[in-house]
Design a protein around this ligand. Sequence first.
Ligand SMILES: Nc1nc2c(ncn2[C@@H]2O[C@H](COP(=O)(O)OP(=O)(O)OP(=O)(O)O)[C@@H](O)[C@H]2O)c(=O)[nH]1
Ligand SMILES: [Mg+2]
Length: 384
Amino acid sequence: MRFIDEAKIKISAGRGGPGCVSFRRETFAPRGGPDGGEGGNGGDLILVASTNLTTLQDFRFRREYRAGNGEHGSSTNKSGRAGEDIELKVPVGTIVRNAESGEVLFEFMENGQSWIACKGGRGGKGNSHFVTSTFQAPRFAQPGEEGEFREITLELKLLADAAIIGFPNAGKSTLISRISAARPKIADYAFTTLTPNLGVVSMPNYQSFVVADIPGLIEGAHRGMGLGHRFLKHIERTRVFIHLMDGTKLLEDVTKPGDLQTNIDNAVEQVVERYKTIRNELGLFNEALLHKPEIVALNKVDLFESDPEIVERARLTLRRRLASLRGTHPIGDEPYILSGVSGRGIPELLQAVFGQIQEGWEADERSRKGSHVEIKMPDDEGLY
Ligand SMILES: Nc1nc2c(ncn2[C@@H]2O[C@H](COP(=O)(O)OP(=O)(O)OP(=O)(O)O)[C@@H](O)[C@H]2O)c(=O)[nH]1
Ligand SMILES: [Mg+2]
Protein backbone atom coordinates (compact mmCIF):
# COMPACT_ATOMS: atom_id res chain seq x y z
CA MET A 1 0.00 0.00 0.00
CA ARG A 2 1.29 3.44 -0.86
CA PHE A 3 1.77 5.88 1.93
CA ILE A 4 -0.08 9.06 1.05
CA ASP A 5 0.12 11.80 3.62
CA GLU A 6 -1.36 14.77 1.77
CA ALA A 7 -4.52 15.27 -0.20
CA LYS A 8 -6.56 18.18 -1.51
CA ILE A 9 -10.28 17.66 -1.90
CA LYS A 10 -13.49 19.58 -2.58
CA ILE A 11 -16.35 18.83 -0.29
CA SER A 12 -19.89 20.08 -0.16
CA ALA A 13 -22.98 19.49 1.89
CA GLY A 14 -26.37 18.86 0.33
CA ARG A 15 -28.78 21.62 -0.67
CA GLY A 16 -32.00 21.93 1.30
CA GLY A 17 -35.11 20.81 -0.59
CA PRO A 18 -37.53 23.60 -1.64
CA GLY A 19 -40.75 24.10 0.25
CA CYS A 20 -43.96 23.20 -1.54
CA VAL A 21 -46.85 25.40 -2.72
CA SER A 22 -50.06 23.44 -2.45
CA PHE A 23 -53.71 23.85 -1.44
CA ARG A 24 -55.98 21.29 0.04
CA ARG A 25 -58.45 20.01 -2.56
CA GLU A 26 -60.88 17.46 -1.31
CA THR A 27 -64.42 16.63 -2.22
CA PHE A 28 -65.86 18.19 0.89
CA ALA A 29 -63.30 20.96 1.23
CA PRO A 30 -63.16 22.55 -2.20
CA ARG A 31 -61.42 25.65 -0.92
CA GLY A 32 -59.13 24.10 1.68
CA GLY A 33 -56.18 26.08 2.97
CA PRO A 34 -52.54 25.92 1.93
CA ASP A 35 -50.87 22.61 2.83
CA GLY A 36 -47.41 22.75 1.18
CA GLY A 37 -44.84 20.98 3.37
CA GLU A 38 -41.22 22.01 3.93
CA GLY A 39 -38.26 20.70 2.03
CA GLY A 40 -35.90 18.22 3.65
CA ASN A 41 -32.55 19.44 5.02
CA GLY A 42 -29.46 18.83 2.95
CA GLY A 43 -27.10 16.13 4.19
CA ASP A 44 -23.98 17.06 6.18
CA LEU A 45 -20.48 16.18 5.10
CA ILE A 46 -18.76 14.72 8.13
CA LEU A 47 -15.14 13.70 8.65
CA VAL A 48 -14.51 10.87 11.12
CA ALA A 49 -11.16 9.71 12.45
CA SER A 50 -10.36 6.03 12.40
CA THR A 51 -7.34 4.10 13.64
CA ASN A 52 -8.03 1.52 10.94
CA LEU A 53 -6.58 3.88 8.36
CA THR A 54 -2.92 4.80 8.20
CA THR A 55 -2.77 6.78 4.98
CA LEU A 56 -4.82 9.27 3.00
CA GLN A 57 -4.64 7.17 -0.13
CA ASP A 58 -8.42 6.89 -0.50
CA PHE A 59 -8.40 10.58 -1.44
CA ARG A 60 -5.89 10.19 -4.22
CA PHE A 61 -8.34 9.05 -6.85
CA ARG A 62 -11.52 10.74 -5.81
CA ARG A 63 -11.25 14.43 -5.07
CA GLU A 64 -14.84 15.63 -4.83
CA TYR A 65 -17.45 14.60 -2.33
CA ARG A 66 -20.99 15.81 -2.01
CA ALA A 67 -23.65 14.93 0.53
CA GLY A 68 -27.21 14.28 -0.64
CA ASN A 69 -29.74 17.07 -1.36
CA GLY A 70 -32.92 17.38 0.62
CA GLU A 71 -36.12 16.53 -1.28
CA HIS A 72 -39.07 18.75 -2.12
CA GLY A 73 -41.78 19.20 0.41
CA SER A 74 -45.16 17.98 -0.80
CA SER A 75 -48.86 18.52 -0.28
CA THR A 76 -50.77 17.55 2.85
CA ASN A 77 -47.93 19.21 4.79
CA LYS A 78 -45.53 16.39 4.12
CA SER A 79 -41.90 17.33 4.63
CA GLY A 80 -39.36 16.28 2.04
CA ARG A 81 -36.89 13.59 2.94
CA ALA A 82 -33.56 14.82 4.34
CA GLY A 83 -30.48 14.43 2.14
CA GLU A 84 -28.08 11.68 3.08
CA ASP A 85 -25.05 12.57 5.19
CA ILE A 86 -21.65 11.50 3.94
CA GLU A 87 -19.02 10.30 6.36
CA LEU A 88 -15.46 10.39 5.13
CA LYS A 89 -12.99 8.39 7.18
CA VAL A 90 -9.55 9.87 7.81
CA PRO A 91 -6.64 8.44 9.79
CA VAL A 92 -6.11 9.63 13.36
CA GLY A 93 -3.49 12.39 13.20
CA THR A 94 -5.05 14.15 10.21
CA ILE A 95 -4.99 17.94 10.13
CA VAL A 96 -7.63 19.70 8.05
CA ARG A 97 -6.78 23.06 6.53
CA ASN A 98 -8.54 25.59 4.38
CA ALA A 99 -6.86 24.90 1.03
CA GLU A 100 -6.61 28.55 0.11
CA SER A 101 -5.56 30.27 3.35
CA GLY A 102 -3.82 27.32 5.01
CA GLU A 103 -5.77 27.99 8.21
CA VAL A 104 -6.14 24.91 10.41
CA LEU A 105 -9.81 24.03 10.66
CA PHE A 106 -9.62 20.84 12.68
CA GLU A 107 -7.20 18.23 14.02
CA PHE A 108 -8.16 14.63 14.57
CA MET A 109 -6.40 13.27 17.62
CA GLU A 110 -8.62 10.36 18.70
CA ASN A 111 -10.31 7.37 17.18
CA GLY A 112 -13.99 8.03 16.44
CA GLN A 113 -13.71 11.83 16.68
CA SER A 114 -15.98 13.48 14.15
CA TRP A 115 -16.36 16.95 12.71
CA ILE A 116 -19.06 18.39 10.48
CA ALA A 117 -16.94 19.91 7.76
CA CYS A 118 -19.89 21.18 5.69
CA LYS A 119 -23.32 21.74 7.13
CA GLY A 120 -26.27 20.83 4.94
CA GLY A 121 -28.61 23.61 3.75
CA ARG A 122 -31.93 23.97 5.55
CA GLY A 123 -35.05 22.88 3.71
CA GLY A 124 -37.35 25.69 2.55
CA LYS A 125 -40.64 26.29 4.32
CA GLY A 126 -43.80 25.29 2.47
CA ASN A 127 -46.60 27.77 1.78
CA SER A 128 -48.59 26.57 4.79
CA HIS A 129 -45.93 28.16 6.95
CA PHE A 130 -46.70 31.66 5.71
CA VAL A 131 -50.37 31.74 6.54
CA THR A 132 -51.44 34.62 8.80
CA SER A 133 -54.87 35.83 9.85
CA THR A 134 -54.89 38.38 7.07
CA PHE A 135 -53.05 36.38 4.48
CA GLN A 136 -54.80 33.08 4.03
CA ALA A 137 -53.55 31.82 0.72
CA PRO A 138 -49.84 32.38 0.13
CA ARG A 139 -48.84 31.21 -3.32
CA PHE A 140 -45.16 30.99 -2.59
CA ALA A 141 -42.77 28.85 -0.64
CA GLN A 142 -39.14 29.18 0.39
CA PRO A 143 -36.37 27.69 -1.72
CA GLY A 144 -33.94 25.38 0.08
CA GLU A 145 -30.61 26.82 1.32
CA GLU A 146 -27.39 25.93 -0.41
CA GLY A 147 -25.17 23.51 1.51
CA GLU A 148 -21.72 24.65 2.65
CA PHE A 149 -18.81 24.13 0.31
CA ARG A 150 -15.10 24.03 1.07
CA GLU A 151 -11.86 23.16 -0.54
CA ILE A 152 -9.62 21.57 2.06
CA THR A 153 -6.25 19.94 2.36
CA LEU A 154 -5.77 16.93 4.54
CA GLU A 155 -2.36 16.43 6.04
CA LEU A 156 -1.41 13.37 8.02
CA LYS A 157 1.10 13.46 10.82
CA LEU A 158 1.51 10.11 12.42
CA LEU A 159 0.62 9.92 16.06
CA ALA A 160 3.33 7.68 17.40
CA ASP A 161 4.69 7.92 20.93
CA ALA A 162 8.22 7.01 19.89
CA ALA A 163 10.11 7.26 16.61
CA ILE A 164 13.10 5.13 15.63
CA ILE A 165 15.53 7.31 13.73
CA GLY A 166 19.02 6.85 12.35
CA PHE A 167 21.07 6.50 9.18
CA PRO A 168 19.93 4.06 6.51
CA ASN A 169 20.81 0.48 7.45
CA ALA A 170 21.10 1.23 11.18
CA GLY A 171 18.65 -1.58 11.89
CA LYS A 172 15.48 0.43 12.51
CA SER A 173 13.11 -1.92 10.72
CA THR A 174 14.74 -4.93 12.34
CA LEU A 175 14.11 -3.36 15.74
CA ILE A 176 10.45 -2.51 15.12
CA SER A 177 9.80 -6.02 13.86
CA ARG A 178 11.38 -7.34 17.04
CA ILE A 179 9.35 -5.23 19.46
CA SER A 180 5.98 -5.10 17.69
CA ALA A 181 3.89 -6.98 15.17
CA ALA A 182 5.03 -4.66 12.34
CA ARG A 183 6.84 -6.58 9.56
CA PRO A 184 8.58 -4.08 7.31
CA LYS A 185 11.07 -5.14 4.68
CA ILE A 186 14.60 -5.58 5.98
CA ALA A 187 17.64 -5.60 3.72
CA ASP A 188 21.31 -4.72 3.77
CA TYR A 189 21.06 -1.73 1.46
CA ALA A 190 20.23 1.89 2.21
CA PHE A 191 16.66 3.17 1.95
CA THR A 192 14.96 -0.18 2.22
CA THR A 193 12.19 1.56 4.13
CA LEU A 194 10.44 4.09 1.92
CA THR A 195 7.54 5.04 4.15
CA PRO A 196 7.06 5.05 7.92
CA ASN A 197 5.83 1.87 9.63
CA LEU A 198 3.82 1.86 12.81
CA GLY A 199 3.83 -0.82 15.48
CA VAL A 200 2.29 -1.26 18.90
CA VAL A 201 4.67 -2.27 21.70
CA SER A 202 3.09 -4.15 24.61
CA MET A 203 4.36 -3.38 28.08
CA PRO A 204 3.51 -5.01 31.44
CA ASN A 205 0.09 -4.33 33.03
CA TYR A 206 -1.68 -4.17 29.69
CA GLN A 207 0.02 -0.92 28.83
CA SER A 208 1.33 -0.16 25.38
CA PHE A 209 2.78 2.52 23.17
CA VAL A 210 3.00 3.19 19.45
CA VAL A 211 6.37 3.26 17.74
CA ALA A 212 7.21 4.46 14.22
CA ASP A 213 10.09 3.25 12.05
CA ILE A 214 11.12 6.26 9.98
CA PRO A 215 13.01 5.98 6.67
CA GLY A 216 16.75 6.55 7.02
CA LEU A 217 18.03 10.10 7.43
CA ILE A 218 21.17 11.46 5.79
CA GLU A 219 22.96 14.77 5.55
CA GLY A 220 20.74 17.29 3.78
CA ALA A 221 17.54 15.48 4.82
CA HIS A 222 15.98 18.75 5.92
CA ARG A 223 16.42 20.04 2.35
CA GLY A 224 14.95 16.89 0.91
CA MET A 225 18.04 14.72 0.43
CA GLY A 226 17.32 11.01 0.57
CA LEU A 227 13.81 10.41 1.82
CA GLY A 228 14.12 12.12 5.15
CA HIS A 229 12.51 15.46 4.46
CA ARG A 230 9.08 14.16 3.59
CA PHE A 231 8.96 12.11 6.72
CA LEU A 232 10.61 14.36 9.25
CA LYS A 233 7.29 15.99 9.95
CA HIS A 234 5.96 12.69 11.22
CA ILE A 235 8.32 12.73 14.16
CA GLU A 236 7.22 16.16 15.30
CA ARG A 237 4.45 14.74 17.43
CA THR A 238 6.33 11.85 18.99
CA ARG A 239 7.42 12.17 22.61
CA VAL A 240 10.75 10.42 22.37
CA PHE A 241 13.28 9.39 19.76
CA ILE A 242 15.14 6.13 19.70
CA HIS A 243 18.29 7.09 17.88
CA LEU A 244 20.00 4.00 16.49
CA MET A 245 23.69 3.96 15.71
CA ASP A 246 25.12 1.26 13.51
CA GLY A 247 27.92 -0.61 15.28
CA THR A 248 29.19 -2.41 12.17
CA LYS A 249 31.92 0.08 11.47
CA LEU A 250 33.09 -0.22 15.05
CA LEU A 251 33.69 -3.89 14.54
CA GLU A 252 35.74 -3.27 11.42
CA ASP A 253 37.89 -0.70 13.20
CA VAL A 254 38.57 -2.55 16.42
CA THR A 255 39.85 -5.58 14.60
CA LYS A 256 42.50 -3.51 12.85
CA PRO A 257 46.08 -3.87 14.10
CA GLY A 258 47.30 -1.28 16.60
CA ASP A 259 46.31 -0.04 20.03
CA LEU A 260 42.80 -1.22 20.89
CA GLN A 261 41.68 1.91 22.75
CA THR A 262 42.92 4.18 19.95
CA ASN A 263 40.96 2.08 17.47
CA ILE A 264 37.88 2.26 19.64
CA ASP A 265 38.29 6.02 20.01
CA ASN A 266 38.51 6.44 16.24
CA ALA A 267 35.57 4.18 15.57
CA VAL A 268 33.42 5.89 18.19
CA GLU A 269 34.38 9.24 16.72
CA GLN A 270 32.87 8.18 13.40
CA VAL A 271 29.71 6.99 15.08
CA VAL A 272 29.48 10.34 16.88
CA GLU A 273 30.00 12.26 13.63
CA ARG A 274 27.02 10.49 12.11
CA TYR A 275 25.05 11.12 15.25
CA LYS A 276 25.80 14.83 15.02
CA THR A 277 24.80 14.86 11.35
CA ILE A 278 21.36 13.58 12.21
CA ARG A 279 20.96 15.95 15.16
CA ASN A 280 21.91 18.77 12.87
CA GLU A 281 19.28 17.76 10.31
CA LEU A 282 16.61 17.54 13.00
CA GLY A 283 17.48 21.03 14.22
CA LEU A 284 17.49 22.51 10.71
CA PHE A 285 14.09 20.99 10.04
CA ASN A 286 12.57 22.16 13.30
CA GLU A 287 14.52 23.49 16.27
CA ALA A 288 11.92 22.06 18.65
CA LEU A 289 12.96 18.53 17.71
CA LEU A 290 16.25 19.07 19.51
CA HIS A 291 14.47 19.50 22.81
CA LYS A 292 12.65 16.21 22.73
CA PRO A 293 13.93 13.37 24.86
CA GLU A 294 16.18 11.08 22.89
CA ILE A 295 17.45 7.65 23.78
CA VAL A 296 20.62 6.65 22.02
CA ALA A 297 21.51 3.04 21.31
CA LEU A 298 24.56 1.44 19.78
CA ASN A 299 23.04 -1.29 17.66
CA LYS A 300 24.28 -4.59 16.20
CA VAL A 301 26.50 -5.39 19.20
CA ASP A 302 25.92 -9.10 18.52
CA LEU A 303 28.73 -8.63 16.00
CA PHE A 304 31.20 -8.54 18.88
CA GLU A 305 29.35 -10.75 21.30
CA SER A 306 32.44 -12.89 21.66
CA ASP A 307 34.37 -10.00 23.15
CA PRO A 308 32.47 -8.37 26.01
CA GLU A 309 35.42 -6.14 26.83
CA ILE A 310 35.22 -4.39 23.47
CA VAL A 311 31.51 -3.79 23.92
CA GLU A 312 32.03 -2.30 27.37
CA ARG A 313 34.95 -0.12 26.27
CA ALA A 314 32.97 1.10 23.27
CA ARG A 315 30.03 1.91 25.51
CA LEU A 316 32.15 3.91 27.94
CA THR A 317 33.90 5.79 25.16
CA LEU A 318 30.64 6.60 23.47
CA ARG A 319 29.17 7.67 26.79
CA ARG A 320 32.07 10.04 27.42
CA ARG A 321 31.82 11.56 23.94
CA LEU A 322 28.06 12.03 24.12
CA ALA A 323 28.37 13.59 27.57
CA SER A 324 30.73 16.13 26.07
CA LEU A 325 27.96 17.10 23.64
CA ARG A 326 25.57 17.56 26.53
CA GLY A 327 23.22 20.46 26.22
CA THR A 328 22.28 19.67 22.66
CA HIS A 329 19.93 16.95 23.87
CA PRO A 330 18.39 16.08 27.22
CA ILE A 331 19.19 12.46 28.04
CA GLY A 332 21.28 11.22 25.18
CA ASP A 333 24.47 10.77 27.18
CA GLU A 334 23.61 7.32 28.48
CA PRO A 335 23.92 5.08 25.45
CA TYR A 336 22.17 1.73 25.40
CA ILE A 337 23.81 -1.35 24.03
CA LEU A 338 21.54 -3.14 21.65
CA SER A 339 21.09 -5.91 19.17
CA GLY A 340 17.90 -6.05 17.18
CA VAL A 341 18.97 -9.49 16.01
CA SER A 342 19.89 -11.22 19.29
CA GLY A 343 17.51 -9.13 21.39
CA ARG A 344 20.22 -7.95 23.74
CA GLY A 345 19.38 -4.70 25.54
CA ILE A 346 15.83 -4.53 24.20
CA PRO A 347 14.01 -4.83 27.59
CA GLU A 348 16.17 -2.05 29.09
CA LEU A 349 15.68 0.14 26.04
CA LEU A 350 11.90 -0.29 26.08
CA GLN A 351 11.80 0.47 29.79
CA ALA A 352 13.67 3.73 29.23
CA VAL A 353 11.52 4.67 26.24
CA PHE A 354 8.30 3.91 28.06
CA GLY A 355 9.50 5.87 31.11
CA GLN A 356 9.86 8.95 28.92
CA ILE A 357 6.48 8.41 27.32
CA GLN A 358 4.81 8.06 30.70
CA GLU A 359 6.46 11.26 31.90
CA GLY A 360 4.99 12.99 28.87
CA TRP A 361 1.53 11.57 29.60
CA GLU A 362 1.79 12.73 33.22
CA ALA A 363 2.86 16.22 32.15
CA ASP A 364 -0.17 16.37 29.84
CA GLU A 365 -2.39 15.28 32.69
CA ARG A 366 -1.00 17.98 34.97
CA SER A 367 -1.51 20.70 32.39
CA ARG A 368 -5.08 19.51 31.84
CA LYS A 369 -5.74 19.68 35.58
CA GLY A 370 -4.04 23.05 35.79
CA SER A 371 -6.53 24.57 33.39
CA HIS A 372 -9.45 23.06 35.24
CA VAL A 373 -11.22 25.58 37.50
CA GLU A 374 -13.05 24.06 40.41
CA ILE A 375 -16.31 25.77 41.33
CA LYS A 376 -17.41 25.16 44.90
CA MET A 377 -21.10 24.68 45.44
CA PRO A 378 -22.77 25.29 48.82
CA ASP A 379 -23.56 22.10 50.75
CA ASP A 380 -26.97 21.25 52.21
CA GLU A 381 -26.69 23.85 54.95
CA GLY A 382 -25.74 26.50 52.48
CA LEU A 383 -22.17 26.63 53.81
CA TYR A 384 -19.05 26.51 51.73
N1 LIG B 1 24.31 -8.19 13.01
C1 LIG B 1 23.24 -7.43 13.03
N2 LIG B 1 22.68 -7.02 11.88
C2 LIG B 1 21.57 -6.26 11.93
C3 LIG B 1 20.99 -5.88 13.19
N3 LIG B 1 19.91 -5.12 12.91
C4 LIG B 1 19.82 -5.03 11.57
N4 LIG B 1 20.81 -5.73 10.98
C5 LIG B 1 21.04 -5.86 9.54
O1 LIG B 1 21.29 -4.59 8.99
C6 LIG B 1 20.69 -4.46 7.70
C7 LIG B 1 19.75 -3.28 7.69
O2 LIG B 1 18.68 -3.54 8.57
P1 LIG B 1 17.30 -2.77 8.47
O3 LIG B 1 16.52 -3.15 9.68
O4 LIG B 1 16.68 -2.95 7.15
O5 LIG B 1 17.83 -1.29 8.62
P2 LIG B 1 17.03 0.10 8.48
O6 LIG B 1 17.63 1.02 9.47
O7 LIG B 1 15.59 -0.14 8.59
O8 LIG B 1 17.44 0.56 7.03
P3 LIG B 1 16.69 1.58 6.01
O9 LIG B 1 15.25 1.17 5.97
O10 LIG B 1 17.37 1.40 4.73
O11 LIG B 1 16.89 2.94 6.59
C8 LIG B 1 20.01 -5.78 7.44
O12 LIG B 1 20.86 -6.58 6.67
C9 LIG B 1 19.83 -6.39 8.81
O13 LIG B 1 19.78 -7.79 8.80
C10 LIG B 1 21.62 -6.33 14.39
O14 LIG B 1 21.19 -6.07 15.52
N5 LIG B 1 22.75 -7.10 14.23
MG1 LIG C 1 14.14 0.13 7.25
